[in-house]
Write a protein that binds this ligand. Structure first.
Ligand SMILES: Nc1ncnc2c1ncn2[C@@H]1O[C@H](COP(=O)(O)OP(=O)(O)O)[C@@H](O)[C@H]1O
Ligand SMILES: [Mg+2]
Length: 390
């Protein structure tokens, strides 16, 4: 109940009391006024006034009640409004908080994005550096690594030997004695510098203790290749000693077959030597029990360039009659070489039984026979031979 309604109520009561008092007075007057008509009229008027008063009081009371009810409603509405305001405030706070969180997340995301951008830039810089390095390496690999200027080579003696493709001489390269292989022009003139370079790239990547090491080449003008210089060749030694004892044959054969095994295992394609012969096995003396270390030369280049199909005493039957080229043609040549080392002779196929009879070392004889099988599929692999010779 508000102040206004209480005041109105009090006012009504007061007036009621006054009315009651007036009516009492009236009654009292009535008793004495029966005497005069004026008085009766007055009384009548007073009564009416009292009734009016009563009516007004009733009205006032009713208005007071209405006011009270309105006040109650207003209070309730105010309470509701307050509650809604509180709710709204709470929601506003929540929203503010959410907005704050979202802002923070956005800031974090921006930082992370900047970091990522920085990383991408770094990676790009690194990949550019790597690309440059690859280019440099390619250059070194293609040109500088093994392309030796002609003026760096000083020839120091007469020819060591001469074969179908080249003449070989001794030379000095930076204080080291090397072998220089100078190609006969008619064999090489059809090759462009680029073709020559491509062939040499393969040889330059080959390293094995039983392969004569390639040192470098000149690709401009007269084409020459530079190789590790070896003291002698199997051909020269056989000319001197005619044949070797089985233990020495084993040592030399193991060196040759290890080199062949390495070439035959080359990926993605096996390298087939195609020209295994006593001239292409070079030797360096060793202390017993080894006696000699064998190193194979002329690998990977000469025959792949010229695709020679020249028949030699070492050629496998299938290499002569067809283009069939498998590592097994090297195994056949290896068998002939063993036979030559054991007997000192190179005889045609039909006379070989004579040579077989001269070999007393059963294991080596058996191995030679296996290598010389006419069917290439029945010949052992380089791997098998290594196991047998060990
Ligand atoms: N790196 C070398 N070190 C020493 N002598 C070598 C070397 N290369 C080849 N020779 C000798 O030069 C001779 C000729 O070699 P090459 O031109 O390969 O002819 P072939 O066709 O007979 O293999 C060989 O028989 C060998 O005695
Ligand atoms: Mg040779």
């Amino acid at each position: 109940m508000n102040f206004f309604s209480i005041a109105e109520k009090l006012d009504g009561q007061e007036r009621l009391e006054k009315v009651e008092e007036a009516s009492k007075k009236e009654k009292r007057r009535q008793g004495s006024a029966e005497n005069g008509t004026n008085d009766a009229e007055k009384i009548e008027k007073e009564k009416k006034r009292a009734e009016d008063m009563e009516k007004r009081v009733d009205n006032a009371e009713k208005r007071a009640e209405d006011a009270e009810k309105r006040a109650e409603d207003a209070e309730k509405r105010a309470e509701d409004a307050e509650k809604r305001a509180e709710d709204a405030e709470k929601r506003a706070k929540d929203e503010e908080k959410r907005a704050g969180n979202a802002e923070k997340r956005a800031d974090d995301a921006e930082i992370r994005m900047k970091d990522a951008e920085q990383k991408v830039e770094q990676e790009m810089r690194r990949s550019k550096i790597a690309e440059c390095k690859i280019e440099q390496l390619k250059q070194i690999y293609n040109d500088q690594y093994w392309n030796i200027p002609r003026e760096d080579i000083i020839f120091t003696g007469p020819e060591i030997g001469s074969g179908g493709l080249a003449t070989v001489s001794k030379a000095d390269y930076g204080g080291v004695q090397i072998a220089v292989k100078k190609f006969h022009n008619q064999n090489i003139c059809h090759l462009s510098e680029e073709q020559f370079r491509r062939e040499l790239q393969l040889i330059a990547s080959i390293r094995h203790p039983n392969l004569v090491q390639f040192i470098g080449a000149t690709i401009h003008g007269d084409k020459m290749i530079f190789l590790e210089l070896m003291p002698t060749s199997l051909k020269q030694q056989l000319e001197k000693e005619n044949y070797f004892q089985p233990n020495i044959v084993k040592c030399i054969s193991l060196g040759i077959i290890k080199a062949l095994n390495y070439l035959h295992r080359m990926q993605p394609d096996a390298i087939i030597h195609r020209d295994i012969s006593s001239a292409n096995v070079l030797l360096e003396p060793m202390l017993p029990p080894q006696h000699w270390r064998a190193k194979v030369t002329d690998y990977g280049f000469f025959n792949s360039v010229y695709q020679l199909h020249i028949e030699t005493a070492y050629s496998a039957p299938e290499a002569i009659v067809s283009n069939e080229q498998s590592p097994k043609i090297d195994i056949y040549s290896f068998g002939i070489l063993m036979l030559q080392m054991l007997t000192g002779q190179l005889l045609p196929l039909e006379k070989r039984p004579i040579l077989f009879r001269q070999i007393y070392h059963k294991q080596l004889l058996h191995l030679v026979k296996k290598c010389l099988r006419l069917s290439s599929l029945e010949r052992p692999s380089a791997d098998d031979i290594i196991i047998e010779l060990h």
